[in-house]
Design a protein around this ligand. Structure first.
Ligand code: GDP
Length: 424
């Protein structure tokens, strides 16, 4: 593997963090290229169990450089707290193993405030925001109305720019939402406080990456969320506000000309979805509770119970196409071991017609799942490490999904631990 992106194929929470943690041993650099602290990767390794939000999953490997690219929503406060938390648990994060792109835009405290105010205004029509400020942040980024991390290195310029933005933002806070204005002291104090702490991490990461790639270092691009949450290709408007697809990795990493040799798509053996929006394959009642419990499906950042369902082959096939994968990993196969028969959503029923194609988002609302059932294996498979040692029914399930997707699974994960993996 030379340069590789690890991306989510579904609605997020597929276990990307676990795959990045496994594969980082082959890479010198791990780059986050989009999103912010709104989702969480759970990583379990010899150092313990960790929920990462903003930090790349390469922080656990010594000798790996981690980069927060220009496409990331950098919330200095959130990032600093995460660095402190890891440090207190024996995982040092210093400028030696983390750098922040000088071109990354800053997620400011008012983005979190606005996220909450807008969700309250929407009330019953809310989108299920994690209230981390992501949508207001990206809106401002594309209006060029936020600060770049690199501006922290130029304090006089920073102050003048921040005060201009403050005047503008207070018009929205007070005028649109009737909220109290942010004061200059609050904003400048926050910038000074966290800027002081994080300034040493800021550098021209584009230049760093170009040099790293040029000198033969291998780069891993790490995405957050999954295809169906992509701003352009997902279940609009229940998407995130950035592009988790691999095609965005060069842009959001700071190395727009870089060639990505491999794209590993992470597929979950069943479906989960956090928040609002259409979720065609959703299960309810006791059946759903049992799957949620078996998979421990509660959000790493929000602790919200995730919505669950069988694997959705229509959405997953679309997700694979969006990512342009060169290989796939299947995660959480062990979770299905309790089932007598395994449901799969094989097709959708849309306007009375069965279809294999993922429909335009508006049509998802009334789409119905067409279910098929495969035999279960009813055996604990979490200690299996070789493909041929899996029960026949488990192999049949994997092969059935592969056939439906038209792509092979190179990795089958049977537990959250680093070594609970079957390589094929
Ligand atoms: P990410 O955001 O895509 O990294 O996914 P999350 O961390 O939100 O969710 C994946 C969860 O599943 C985490 O708690 C992982 O520890 C866990 N996990 C990952 N792979 C497996 C697996 O194969 N089996 C089981 N039982 N858990 C897994």
């Amino acid at each position: 593997m030379s340069n590789c992106a690890i991306v989510g194929i579904n609605w997020g929470d597929e276990g990307k963090g676990r795959m990045v943690d496994l594969l980082t041993e082959r890479f010198d650099v791990v780059v986050r290229y989009q999103g912010g602290g709104n989702a969480g990767h759970t990583v379990i390794n010899e150092k313990g169990k960790f929920a990462l939000h903003l930090l790349p999953s390469g922080v656990f490997r010594s000798g790996v450089m981690n980069v927060l690219g220009n496409g990331v929503a950098v919330d200095l406060e959130h990032l600093w707290n995460e660095i402190q938390d890891l440090g207190s648990r024996g995982v040092p994060v210093t400028p030696e193993n983390l750098c922040i792109s000088d071109r990354a835009s800053l997620l400011l405290p008012w983005h979190r405030t606005l996220d909450g105010l807008e969700e309250n205004r929407l009330a019953g029509k809310k989108y299920g925001s994690t209230k981390q400020g992501i949508a207001p942040f990206y809106s401002d980024k594309y209006q060029k109305k936020t600060l770049l991390a690199g501006e922290l290195l130029y304090p006089e310029h920073l102050k003048a720019h921040a005060l201009d933005l403050l005047e503008w933002k207070n018009l929205t806070l007070t005028g649109v939402y009737g909220a109290p204005p942010v004061t200059a002291e609050e904003l400048l104090g926050w910038l000074e406080d966290y800027g002081e702490k994080l300034r040493p991490y800021i550098r021209d990461t584009g230049k760093y990456l170009k040099q790293a790639v040029g000198s033969g270092k291998r780069v891993l691009f790490e995405a957050q969320l999954g295809s169906l949450r992509d701003l352009d290709y997902g279940i609009h408007p229940y998407t995130t506000s950035s592009n988790p697809i691999a095609a965005y990795a060069p842009v959001g990493s700071g190395c727009p000309g870089v060639k990505i040799d491999e794209v590993v798509g992470v597929v979950k053996a069943y479906s989960t979805c956090v928040g609002e929006g259409p979720f065609v394959c959703e299960m309810f009642g006791e059946e759903a509770d049992a799957l949620r419990e078996a998979g421990g499906e509660y959000g790493a950042t929000t602790h919200r119970p995730r919505r669950v369902g069988p694997i959705d082959l229509v959405a997953t096939r679309y997700g694979v196409e969006c990512q342009g994968t060169t290989g796939l990993a299947l995660t959480k196969l062990d979770v299905l071991s309790y089932l007598d028969k395994i449901p799969v959503c094989a097709r959708y029923l849309v306007n009375g017609q069965e279809t294999d194609d993922f429909p335009f988002p508006v049509l998802l609302q009334d789409a119905k799942p067409v279910l098929e059932y495969l035999p279960g294996w009813k055996t604990d498979i979490s200690s299996v490490r070789r493909w041929e040692d899996l029960p026949r029914e488990a192999r049949d399930y994997v092969e059935y999904v592969e056939k439906a997707l038209g792509t092979r699974f190179d990795y089958v994960s049977v537990g959250p631990e680093r070594d609970a993996i079957i390589l094929r």
